[in-house]
Design a protein around this ligand. Sequence first.
Ligand code: 13P
Length: 340
Amino acid sequence: MDRNQLAQTAKQLVSPGRGILAADESTSTMGKRLKSIGVENTEAARIGFRGAMFTAQGWEKHVSGVILYDETLRQSVDGTPVPKLLASHGVIPGIKVDKGSKPLAFAEGEEVTEGLDGLRERLQEYHGLGARFAKWRAVINITDKTPSRYGIEANAHALARYAALCQEAGIVPIVEPEVIMDGNHTLERSFEVTDWIQRAVFDELHLQRVHFPGMLLKPNMVVPGYGSGQKTSAQQVAEKTLEVLRRNVPASVPGIVFLSGGLSDEDATEYLDAMNKAPGPKPWALSFSYGRALQHAALQTWAGKAENKAATQRAFLKRARLNGLAAKGEYDRKMESEAQ
Ligand code: 13P
């Protein structure tokens, strides 16, 4: 393991004003996204949409890396292999390596992420294909009865096993414990569960000897459940999210890249901006690793039609640029109405 190389890659992924595009939807998840715009889930459609984003003019100013799905890492855009295309823009190729979450035995309503078997060999292959960072997502659901200590510990353990294997292979792990935003829970309950899983994850990362400067954390923001009816301001979200991060994330972790979790495009940008504007200590870079909040507008614009490519790229660039500004605390909601 080359610790300096890992730390350098991690730092590059959170260089000022840049963040990560999470374009790693599995084939079935991508099918749902395509269905929402009335497009059939074919290989050509999947690379058609993604290829438009990967060839947008100047996107590398705002995007440092892309998380790819296995299929995409092996595809080409106009004859250029995707990892080569990204690298030619100075964008680092990444890879989703988990195999999704399954019901956790004897734990109703809880899930655990699979994919550790054979991971060492898969990581070696991915490194050979050009991937320099990876993602593993753990899912934590909030209900009256969940999560349990068992659910928290099973997921934290798997995340750390994955992270150590990545670093051994020269790949920066993005550690993603996602507290799901669906549900009727309050902001306070979201804080409590996010605190619990982050503490458990960092305990396991310590135990399993993960090198903190060579990893990134991808957490949820602390928000009330979508069904709770509780209203919060961007400042409140920023305050609670920073509080939980300060309690749990060592200063030697170079960056925190948030997931968007179903937030509206504007909220995802505004909340990130509010954190970067907030007072108090912030020893890590705070940026984005958005899937839906970066691609939603572009996907709607594309609608499966090749002639919409330029407009798709404009829609993608607008969100990338605004999120890049939010990563520096320089966003203003008024910018939303400006021309793309
Ligand atoms: P969202 O930003 O849509 O939550 O996706 C990010 C991601 O990679 C979830 O695993």
